[in-house]
Design a protein around this ligand. Structure first.
Ligand code: NAD
Length: 438
């Protein structure tokens, strides 16, 4: 089976590599020439665990190729996945420029029936607009061709994207024709054979499932962060609260990790886009709006927690461990750590940072931030007044506190991920502050 992917970023590349590893002939297309040049040389433009080996394997077996030429991608396959980025516009609505650009370009060069599968996260109703855009593009060339639009939202998580794609918990197919439905089921044949549930619905509902899922998860994080704050006020331990809550099958234990707030390229932008969509129709989405506000406040509260622990920020040296929005990725998009760092810098603190994979992206995206980039966690902590664990990368899970004690100026450890047992760190002579615990 031949597949083309339009947009070779975190989702497109993982989708392309995984489908190729399942035996399909995949051609990944991107408008970014530098990215494609790297991939042609076997160099990954992103960090994602287990992706490199799969990429090597697929290119060796010649089942995976890369191009910047949309004509080549359209010729290659009857099924084209659109996996372009869909950022937020200034009015909080979703910027669909890349999606329409990709759809128009496909229509501009197709010569036979194609299935256009949208995997980018888009507001409900976008599939219909994509269809109109393609009809317009065909009409300007005085052509009439049959095509199918499918919505197939993606639920993978960066950091475990390969595993999530191959072992997906559900496949959502929003489509209008039996032909398109059967072709997409063929793409996911392996997962379906493993009894993965498949939900077939209409396009607008499939699009809404993705937004609703992300909004629900963001709300869950926001709620537990708020509960953590209240735990601090009344002396309860949020980690025990979480355990107790998670035992209730109606609640479940996942996504109940108190921390600095959610970030990344999905939750903030998708909740914003759903708010923007509701507001554009004259509806005030009270709960959705408050998810965003509470998340913004959470980062501010974490900066305040740091400041309080060291009696103010001015002139203090603070070591921040972890920059990505979560461990296992180099993605720093909307990382709450960046909001925290900006507040620390505004308060005239000196900030040293270390992240196993995200420092290059940070340097590139924020060249103006006066950060000291360090080669490992211990170098960042030298002479620090406070160590902040911001992203719980595996390599931060067994820090040598005896060694840290000899190199820091003040023994203050702020654990924004509740990665350590407070009593253990206190016994080692540190002042310990977690999120929502004693
Ligand atoms: P990304 O920014 O990593 O990659 C998007 C790629 O599309 C870029 O390489 C860009 O150059 C390319 N592109 C843009 N317009 C193009 C065009 N017209 N033709 C060819 N290439 C084009 O984005 P991402 O994180 O992979 O996200 C893609 C979509 O998937 C978004 O809608 C996102 O919300 C959704 N999504 C992301 C995740 C995630 O964890 N990153 C998970 C599920 C869904």
């Amino acid at each position: 089976m031949n597949i083309s992917i339009i947009g070779t970023g975190y989702v497109g590349l993982v989708t392309g590599v995984c489908l190729s590893s399942l035996g399909m002939n995949v051609l990944c297309c991107d408008s970014d020439h530098e990215k494609i040049a790297k991939l042609k040389k076997g160099v990954l433009p992103i960090y994602e665990p287990n992706l490199e080996n799969l990429l090597d394997n697929c290119t060796k077996h010649e089942r995976l190729g890369f191009t910047t030429d949309i004509n080549e991608a359209v010729d290659h396959s009857d099924i084209l996945f659109i996996t372009v980025n869909t950022p937020t516009l200034e009015d909080n609505t979703c910027d669909l420029h890349n999606v329409f650009g990709a759809a128009g370009a496909i229509a501009g060069c197709m010569t036979s029936r194609k299935i256009i599968v949208n995997k980018s996260t888009v507001p409900p109703g976008t599939g219909r607009k994509v269809r109109e855009e393609m009809i317009r593009a065909l009409e300007t060339q005085h052509r009439q061709l049959e095509f199918d639009i499918v919505s197939n939202p993606e639920f993978l998580r960066e950091g475990t994207a390969v595993y999530d794609f191959i072992n997906t918990k559900r496949i959502v197919i929003g489509a209008e024709s039996e032909y398109a439905i059967s072709m997409i089921k063929e793409v996911y044949r392996d997962q379906i054979q493993c009894n993965t549930p498949v939900l077939v619905t209409d396009i607008v509902t499939a699009e809404m499932i993705k937004y609703a899922s992300n909004s629900f998860l963001a709300a869950k994080i926001g709620l537990i962060n708020e509960i953590a704050g209240i735990c601090e006020l009344c002396g309860a331990d949020v980690m025990e609260v979480v355990r107790g809550m998670g035992l209730d099958s109606r609640i479940g234990p996942e996504f109940l990790n108190p921390g600095p707030g959610f970030g990344g390229s999905c939750f903030p932008k998708d909740v914003r886009a759903l708010c923007g969509l509701a507001e554009s129709q004259g509806v005030v989405p009270v709960i959705l709006n408050s998810i965003l506000e509470s998340n913004k406040q959470q980062a501010e509260k974490m900066a305040m927690k740091i400041s309080n622990a060291i009696n103010g920020l001015d002139g203090r040296k603070i070591a921040v461990l972890g920059l990505s929005f979560k461990p296992g990725t180099d993605d720093i998009r909307e990382s709450p750590t960046i909001s925290i760092i900006k507040i620390l810098l505004d308060g005239k603190a000196n900030v040293s940072v270390y992240d196993p994979k995200a420092m290059e992206n940070m340097k590139q995206e924020y060249p103006g931030l006066p950060l000291k980039y360090c080669s490992d966690a211990y170098s960042a902590c030298i002479q620090s007044d406070c160590i902040v664990l911001a992203a719980d990368w595996k390599e931060f899970s067994c820090l040598d506190f005896k060694k840290l004690k000899t190199i820091v100026r003040k023994t203050v450890f702020i654990d924004l991920r509740n990665a350590y047992e407070p009593s253990r760190i206190k016994d080692l002579g540190f002042i310990y502050e977690g999120v929502g615990r004693k």
